[in-house]
Ligand binder design. Structure first.
Ligand SMILES: [Zn+2]
Length: 125
């Protein structure tokens, strides 16, 4: 595992995450598609918020399980609490410093058909 730093666009929100980038997933659901979010789900002990706690705000919809946190200044969703794993943190790989996402092998999650995809245990982490 490797430690990465990342954050939002304006730099207020900064975090550190320790993980492998071999479980990066693209989700085709309504919100992830529009955000362009690339998912990397880690246990909370592998995630550390360095700064920006007070600059985060949360968008919730549908079941309300997912907590879509984003920077209220620049609007970037750099990490959030996912519906599939509400006890974990889902980091946006696009927000990691020095990571070229075009070199990653990216899995697909059929979030548009969420219940079905979760039951089939489609690769997700
Ligand atoms: Zn920001």
């Amino acid at each position: 595992m490797k430690t990465y730093e990342g954050g939002c666009h304006c730099g207020r929100v900064r975090f550190r995450v320790t993980a492998d980038l071999d479980g990066v997933t693209y989700c085709n659901c309504s919100v992830c598609t529009k955000k362009g979010f690339l998912h990397l789900i880690v246990p909370p002990q592998q995630f550390e918020l360095i700064s920006g706690k007070d600059d985060l705000t949360t968008y919730q919809f549908n079941t309300g399980t997912a907590k879509h946190t984003f920077c209220k200044v620049c609007g970037i969703h750099s990490f959030y609490v996912p519906r599939s794993d509400p006890d974990k943190i889902d980091v946006n790989v696009c927000c990691l410093d020095g990571v070229d996402v075009t070199t990653l092998s990216i899995k697909q999650f059929d979030g548009r058909n969420w219940e079905c995809a979760i039951e089939k245990k489609v690769p997700w982490r």
